[in-house]
Ligand binder design. Structure first.
Ligand SMILES: Cc1cc2nc3c(=O)[nH]c(=O)nc-3n(C[C@H](O)[C@H](O)[C@H](O)COP(=O)(O)OP(=O)(O)OC[C@H]3O[C@@H](n4cnc5c(N)ncnc54)[C@H](O)[C@@H]3O)c2cc1C
Ligand code: SF4
Ligand code: SF4
Ligand code: SF4
Length: 404
């Protein structure tokens, strides 16, 4: 039932061998496809042998699932956007979707905007300490580990370390904080991401609490998840034991450590921006936005930008055609449209060819709004984004201006 926690293993030896931990994610995906509970599965797979080039895949043939087993820490596919853009928001098909907390939260925000049909989804969440961009990952491996990135067969983040495993079976470890202070390591948004266990999914899977045993730690997060999990046990796809107090405590402590580190990074990233004098802030942000080439990449990558008739298009008359950089309304409108629901997913900043720190700004504003409305995006499907539900009366309350 909802809230139950297990250590669990795949009953299939090939899945168990190829998977990241206990192979529960791949086994559940296989179970739902074999038994036709879903039409397809949305998971992530490396293209060819390249661990640095992982992307979303839609699988209908259960025999292909084995290729998705394992975690890719140097890929940040935009699962929620893919689901909406290319799979019609699951209005016409039943899907099992695997994702990290930001992927699942993006999906939930799209459900609220009626862009995704939650009734047709099984959401299988993965705990997450962060991803590295493929370019920075390769630089980190070459410049800090002195290793050829193509010689890596696995990477992981554990106890504050970045660990790489080479083809010959040797492991190398470096302190992640020290790497990140030098500009290597995880994506900037991941460093300050505080939502590590995706309890907004139907089932949350991770390695924390397994004491490095070949098992997946599973938390059941919904009635739908409970039913699926029980049926997979009955059908013999997986074997389980209840997580004991030690395992639950270990998982909680690791989650807490990761959250504390995220909050420290948040202060480090935001303090210089918040401490600027108002004129300095203006110069800084205008200097950033004057580099914008109006490619629309940030809008197109954002999981929560969804308007079909976007006001930023030239034919709407707000942003003039042929003007680069665009006038100030371009960044202002985009920011205003997404800041109450920003997930800190980093997709806009990753997409920006001008290197504008978009996520840093929008998430910083989101945190300010959190202080006012206590709205945490993507966590509870029933709660509404505040700037969509605010009343005229509330807008007149003094002292709620945001200055950036
Ligand atoms: C980037 C990342 C960081 C993680 N950090 C932690 C952590 O700090 N603590 C913790 O407890 N657990 C973490 N996990 C979860 C852990 O690595 C396992 O995915 C989880 O325990 C399930 O194991 P499994 O053997 O059941 O999964 P498997 O059966 O091996 O299946 C893994 C699934 O993960 C999907 N996947 C692989 N890479 C990605 C990706 N980049 N984005 C989205 N989906 C992906 C695949 O499609 C596959 O379906 C992380 C996972 C990822 C992807
Ligand atoms: S934003 Fe958070 S959930 Fe998403 S990849 Fe980064 S650390 Fe993981
Ligand atoms: S504004 Fe950027 S960080 Fe925020 S949800 Fe959109 S893409 Fe993600
Ligand atoms: S991605 Fe960057 S350059 Fe492109 S429109 Fe957005 S802010 Fe401008």
């Amino acid at each position: 039932m909802k809230g139950d926690m297990y250590l669990a293993w795949s009953s299939d030896s090939e899945i168990l061998n190829r998977s990241e931990n206990g192979g529960i994610v791949t086994s559940l995906l296989k179970f739902v496809l074999d038994t036709k509970r879903v039409d397809a599965v949305l998971a992530v797979k490396a293209r060819g042998d390249d661990r640095y080039d992982g992307g979303p895949v839609l699988i209908t043939d259960p025999s292909e699932l084995i290729e998705t087993a394992g975690s890719l820490h140097c890929s940040s596919p935009n699962i929620a956007r893919f689901l909406k853009e290319y799979l019609g928001g699951a209005f016409d098909m039943k899907l099992a979707v695997v994702g990290k907390p930001c992927d699942i939260r993006g999906t939930i925000e799209l459900v609220k905007r009626e862009q995704v049909n939650l009734d047709n989804l099984f959401l299988i969440g993965l705990n997450c300490s962060g991803t590295l961009s493929p370019v920075v990952a390769k630089r980190t491996i070459i410049e800090e580990f002195g290793v050829d990135p193509l010689n890596i067969i696995h990477e992981d983040i554990e106890d504050g370390n970045l660990i790489i495993m080479l083809k010959d079976g040797t492991e190398k470890t470096k302190d992640l904080k020290a790497l990140e202070e030098k500009g290597y390591g995880r994506r900037e948004n991941c460093r300050r991401c505080e939502i590590k266990i995706p309890t907004m999914a139907d089932i949350a899977c991770g390695k924390w609490g397994t004491s490095n045993k070949k098992a997946t730690f599973v938390e059941i997060c919904s009635d739908k998840g409970a039913e699926l999990f029980e049926e997979a046990i009955k059908a013999g796809y997986i074997a389980v034991e209840h997580a004991d107090d030690k395992a639950i405590k270990e998982r909680k402590e690791k989650e807490q450590e990761a959250i504390e580190s995220a909050l420290k990074w948040e202060k480090t990233d935001f303090a210089p921006l918040k401490n600027m004098a108002i004129e300095e802030k203006f110069d800084y942000w205008w200097g950033q936005f004057s580099q914008c080439i109006k490619c629309y990449g940030c809008r197109d990558a954002c999981p929560i930008c969804y308007c079909k008739d976007c006001i930023l298009e030239a034919d709407r008359g707000v942003v003039m055609p042929g003007e680069v950089p665009p006038n100030a309304m371009f960044p202002m409108i985009r920011i205003a449209h997404v800041m109450d629901s920003c997930l800190n997913c980093g997709q806009c900043q990753d997409a920006c060819p001008a290197g504008i720190p978009l996520t840093r700004l929008i998430f910083m504003l989101n945190k300010e709004l959190y202080g006012i409305f206590k709205y945490q995006p993507g966590v509870d499907v029933a709660s509404r984004p505040p700037l969509r539900s605010i009343t005229d009366e509330e807008l007149t309350i003094p002292g709620v201006e945001l200055v950036f």
